[in-house]
Design a protein around this ligand. Structure first.
Ligand SMILES: [Zn+2]
Ligand SMILES: [Zn+2]
Length: 55
């Protein structure tokens, strides 16, 4: 038996593991891909690592 792929989901652009995504951890879905944040979805740069827990 093998687990489904989403058990180890990563951002489609920067490959950041889901556990480290900012916000509520749901990411930012776009075009059937899932990104860690809007920055990655829009290709304007990931903001997860600089946003911090205050966001
Ligand atoms: Zn990303
Ligand atoms: Zn990000």
């Amino acid at each position: 038996m093998s687990l489904p792929v989403e058990s180890e989901e990563v951002c489609a652009r920067c490959r950041l593991p889901r556990a480290e995504w900012g916000g509520v951890g749901e990411g930012y879905p776009k075009l059937e891909q899932r990104y860690c944040c809007r920055g990655c979805a829009d290709n304007t740069g990931c903001t997860c690592l600089e946003a911090g827990p205050a966001a």
